[in-house]
Design a protein around this ligand. Structure first.
Ligand code: NDP
Length: 257
């Protein structure tokens, strides 16, 4: 029997590529996002069983209902990927950015928790399953102009680590994924160079390999793990001097600028 995969943020970018990747392996899919038209279009292009759920990951009850429906129809997933996320530049001095801070933290942190929550107990009962959270290399250090996103991804990394240890010995594996730069609508508006940029399809294939290897934490592409390690050990004086010179920053929310 093919695997069952439940995935948020499936309507574009990395999520869409992951849906195609697992569909090509015959998986039964549960796909969640807010844009139903994009999900339906994706479903129409796939040849495996697909359930679509139009929901917002900030709405815990909505995600729970989608998860319940998927499990009632197909059973407990083998893999859940909490991928939905947003990213905009933010600056603390602008009062209008407070709402953007809130939206980013709610989506990238609580959305992650809301996605894992309904599946954890059923997976524990079956003593198997992989709970995969998409964090970011941006969670390793605070980047100027990107405070909300970096804070959200740092929180995601720590939350997933807590969950991983809580699940130790239960048969449920928690996987933290830190993408580097992946070519998607999220990064299309970045005005700065993106070293080691990967296509979303290449990313999906590498994530598939990492899950097969049963990694607990993975940086994709691997070259960015060297960058991440370097950033982590760099003393503040050097980090601050280097990063404060960076002119091009992540654009702020279109409604804020
Ligand atoms: P995209 O903007 O292409 O896709 C984001 C997906 O998340 C869309 O399907 C969107 O669907 C969904 N989404 C956003 N907000 C919500 C919400 N409130 N409820 C439900 N779904 C939502 O971005 P990427 O594919 O690049 O990003 C996917 C993940 O990877 C994110 O978590 C991002 O932070 C992370 N990441 C990406 C990197 C990159 O270089 N691209 C680097 C590091 C991390 P819809 O609008 O239909 O709801």
């Amino acid at each position: 029997m093919g695997r069952r995969v439940f995935l948020t943020g499936a309507s574009s970018g990395i999520g869409e590529a992951l849906a195609r990747h697992f569909a090509s392996q015959g998986a039964t899919l549960g796909l969640l996002a807010r844009r139903g038209d994009a999900l339906e279009q994706l479903r129409g292009s796939l040849s495996t069983p697909v359930e679509t759920y139009v929901s917002d990951v900030r709405d815990a009850a909505g995600v729970r209902a989608a998860a319940g429906d998927f499990m009632a129809r197909h059973g407990v997933p083998d893999i859940v990927i909490a991928n939905a996320g947003i990213g905009y530049g933010t600056l603390t001095e602008y009062v209008e950015d407070l709402a953007v801070f809130q939206e980013i933290l709610d989506t990238n942190v609580m959305g992650l928790v809301n996605t894992m929550q309904p599946f954890l107990a059923p997976m524990r009962e079956q003593r198997q399953g992989q709970l995969v959270g998409i964090a970011s290399v941006a969670g390793y250090r605070g980047l100027p102009g990107n405070g909300a996103y970096c804070a959200s991804k740092a929180a995601a990394i720590k939350y997933l680590e807590s969950l991983r240890v809580e699940c130790r010995g239960s048969g449920v594996r928690v996987v933290t994924v830190c993408p580097g730069h992946i070519a998607t609508p999220l990064t299309a508006r970045n005005p700065f160079p993106m070293p080691f940029l990967l296509t979303a399809d290449a990313f999906a294939q590498r994530l598939g390999w990492a899950l097969a290897r049963r990694s607990s934490q993975v940086v994709i592409p691997w070259q960015m793990s060297l960058v991440a390690k370097l950033l982590t050990v760099l003393p503040n004086t050097l980090f601050d001097a280097a990063l404060s010179r960076a002119v091009a920053r992540k654009p702020r929310h279109p409604g804020s600028s």
